[in-house]
Design a protein around this ligand. Structure first.
Ligand SMILES: C[S@@+](CC[C@H](N)C(=O)[O-])C[C@H]1O[C@@H](n2cnc3c(N)ncnc32)[C@H](O)[C@@H]1O
Length: 356
């Protein structure tokens, strides 16, 4: 018997069952999101028969789908065949502030599931299953699919919005003159930073598709005069003369060779005494125990971090990194890892790199 189970403890068969049925749960969830069932149910209760008619599907299977969703805490069934949203379901409505629809829709899109079917390819070759599956890389695919690209940008911005204020509060951005948010997407992080620190100017730098929402986001925050939006390829160059290059959730999308090119470009183009601030997960040296009783859902933080690491393997050449990994990456780029510090109430770290 394994030490995790312990002599006398009941075998953790619910955990095995949860893992076995988890894939089915994701299919059920993905279909509900794709059909936008939460929008259709809205504030009140809806009959399975009405919903079946609205979506042009069969009533019996619709009832079973809705009950599956109720078993997963997305819906409740207050009376036979009548369904309402739970708080979880409410997060998937597109009209709610803080809606998780873009994130859920993007990560459960059939494109993702198709690439994940080739996980073994990544295991055997170390290469991206995504490229093997679609004949193009992830960001190239997004550039050819504007709907998905928009979902991706919204999903990134949603994830970032939750921690942007903490980043702005816990790092001393006020001492910098020019901050470039490299791979900054729609500028969610930089908007929060420049709002909290009136001194610095900023540049949001990304590809034309990545940066699509930035001009409007900065204008809405009244930052147009202090912040530019620039497009380009961070493998070639970054906007010059900044004293801080922010890389939030960017380096983990690339292998060490590619990430070193991005860092070296920052070093080449920076102002004197320039720095890089990486905001990412910092993996511990070993996986911490889930710290929950057998059968319970393991710590959200661990399972998201480690599954996202595999998602980076499937979709590209990226990876989450430990402290030693970041030190090795900096050494490869000819730079020095200065210090790392956790961002409170998040599972992100500030990783500071000196460019001198
Ligand atoms: C994981 S997202 C992070 C976005 C943002 N920093 C955040 O944390 O919300 C990675 C970003 O890198 C951008 N990107 C990818 N390849 C790029 C390239 N070659 N040059 C510039 N930006 C790129 C993507 O468009 C995307 O916005």
């Amino acid at each position: 018997m394994s030490s995790a189970t312990g002599a006398g403890a009941s075998p953790p068969w619910p955990t095995v069952l949860r893992l076995v049925f988890g894939g089915m749960a994701t299919h059920v969830f993905a279909l509900a999101v794709r059909l936008r069932l939460p929008d259709a149910i809205g504030d009140g209760e809806r009959d399975a028969a009405d919903l079946a008619a609205e979506f042009g599907v069969q009533e019996g299977p619709m009832l079973r789908l809705l009950r599956g969703l109720a078993s997963l805490d997305v819906l409740t069934e207050p009376g036979p065949g009548r369904f309402a949203l739970t708080a979880v379901g409410g997060l998937l409505r597109r009209d709610q502030p803080g809606s998780m629809y873009p994130l859920a829709r993007m990560l459960t899109d059939p494109m993702m599931a198709t690439a994940w079917q080739n996980l073994e390819f990544s295991l055997r070759t170390g290469g991206p299953a995504f490229d093997k599956t679609f004949g193009t890389d992830f960001f190239g695919y997004l550039a050819e699919h504007p709907d998905l690209s928009q979902l991706y940008n919204s999903a990134m911005s949603h994830g970032t919005r939750g921690i942007a204020r903490t980043i702005a509060d816990e790092y001393d951005f006020g001492r910098h003159d020019l901050i470039v948010d490299v791979g900054g997407g729609d500028g969610t992080t930089l908007t929060e930073i420049l709002t909290a620190h009136p001194g610095p100017r900023g540049v949001v730098y990304d590809t034309p598709t990545g940066v699509a929402g930035a001009v409007n986001a900065l204008a809405a925050a009244g930052l147009t005069a202090r912040c530019q939006v620039r497009t380009g390829d961070f493998f070639s160059e970054v906007p010059p003369a900044a004293d801080l290059y922010l890389l939030k959730s960017v380096l983990h999308g690339w292998d060490d060779e590619q990430a070193a090119v991005i860092l070296r470009n920052c070093a080449r183009d920076a102002a004197k005494h320039g720095r890089v601030l990486v905001v990412e997960h910092l993996l511990p040296d070993t996986v911490p125990p889930p710290n929950v009783p057998p059968g319970a859902v393991p710590s959200e933080q661990h399972f998201i971090t480690y599954l996202n690491d595999l998602n980076l393997l499937v979709n590209g050449r990226g990876r989450e990194r430990t402290h030693a990994d970041f030190a090795a990456l900096c050494a490869e780029a000819g730079l020095r890892l200065d210090r790392t510090s956790p961002l409170t109430t998040t599972n992100f770290h500030c990783i500071e790199i000196s460019l001198d």
